[in-house]
Design a binder for this molecule. Structure first.
Ligand code: C2E
Ligand code: CA
Ligand code: CA
Ligand code: CA
Length: 283
């Protein structure tokens, strides 16, 4: 048996979802899992940062951290090829903490190039189910002398709906400790508006499938417009991801979207390159 990674269209929504079938008896899977377990110790994981444009002011004061695996043989492995495995084995919890530690360790450098930076980090379902996660994170921030509100935690609707009560408890604790919270891939999951109202969320992030359709599909533009209005009516900021050109940036500005993230501004960059990019951008 081989590792089966496939993209399937969700029957009811028509939206593409990734699935990983993990056959733990296959030698390929076992070797991947043991290599992944050593990736942190072997210093093979990398933090990439992608800037977000604050549309009204034209400045960059936030970025999303995205993990890459610099594998000695496979090369630079994209997250969709190993995150599902890390999630299934629970190893993702170690990886999440590693991400926070890497960013916190470099926060002074990041802030020195163009002013204070707020960094978004992706959480997994496993992190939300771990009762001790908020305390572990707060300890990390204290250790590195970094303010908790320098971080925004991105959570997908499906990660929340996996166990909504436990997710709510964890999110409340994180919010109480000062971390900002964002709902990632908004519009693709099944979260109810009742939860959205209750959760201490600061930001909605519109999924790139809607944003990328804005220059052609009328209904995608309407979904983006409605989401921006919904977010603002609930007192939340809103980010559009997958912004690939100026036309869409202009449309988002006309709709009062707060931030734009995508290849048009910059691809995700290795941490040092990001710092250089931002310094040049803010000149
Ligand atoms: P995501 O959180 O929705 O991240 C956005 C993805 O869109 C990133 O892919 C980014 O490189 C890509 N992207 C950015 N701008 C554009 C654009 O203009 N056009 C297009 N087509 N794509 C764009 P990436 O880095 O391959 O990450 C894929 C997914 O892997 C992420 O989706 C996230 O779910 C997961 N992931 C990445 N890093 C981490 C991590 O550290 N922890 C966890 N738990 N998940 C992560
Ligand atoms: Ca994200
Ligand atoms: Ca996203
Ligand atoms: Ca996504």
């Amino acid at each position: 048996a081989v590792i089966a990674m496939y993209v399937a269209k969700n029957k009811s929504t028509g939206i593409q979802v990734y699935n990983a079938a993990l056959d733990s008896s296959s030698p390929e899977t076992l070797s991947m899992l043991s290599e992944l377990r050593n990736a942190v110790e072997n210093n093979e994981l990398r933090v990439y940062l992608q800037p977000k444009l604050h549309i009204a002011s034209g400045t960059v004061s936030s970025a999303e951290a995205l993990v890459r695996w610099q594998h000695p043989v496979r090369g630079l492995v994209p997250p969709m090829q190993f995150i599902p495995f890390a999630e299934q084995t629970g190893y993702i919890r170690q990886m999440t903490l590693w991400m926070f530690e890497e960013v916190a360790r470099n926060m002074q450098l990041l802030n020195s190039a163009g002013g204070p930076l707020c960094v978004s980090v992706n959480l997994s379902t496993r992190d939300l189910l771990d009762q001790d996660f908020p305390d572990k994170l707060e300890d990390l921030m204290r250790k590195h002398g970094v303010a908790t509100d320098s971080f925004c935690l991105e959570i997908t609707e499906s990660a929340i709906m996996d166990d909504p009560d436990r997710a709510e408890a964890t999110l409340n604790r994180l919010s109480q400790r000062g971390f900002k919270l964002s709902i990632d891939d908004f519009g693709t999951g099944y979260s109810s508006l009742a939860y959205l109202k209750r959760l201490p969320v600061n930001e909605l992030k519109i999924d790139k499938s809607f944003v990328m359709g804005m220059d052609g599909d009328e209904s995608d533009s309407l979904i983006v417009k409605s989401t921006i209005e919904l977010a603002h009516n609930l007192g939340k900021t809103v980010v559009a991801e997958g912004v690939e050109n100026q036309v869409i940036t202009d449309k988002l500005r006309a709709l009062s979207c707060d931030e734009a993230q995508g290849y048009h501004l910059s691809r995700p960059l290795p941490l040092e390159q990001f710092t250089a990019w931002r310094l040049k951008f803010s000149e």
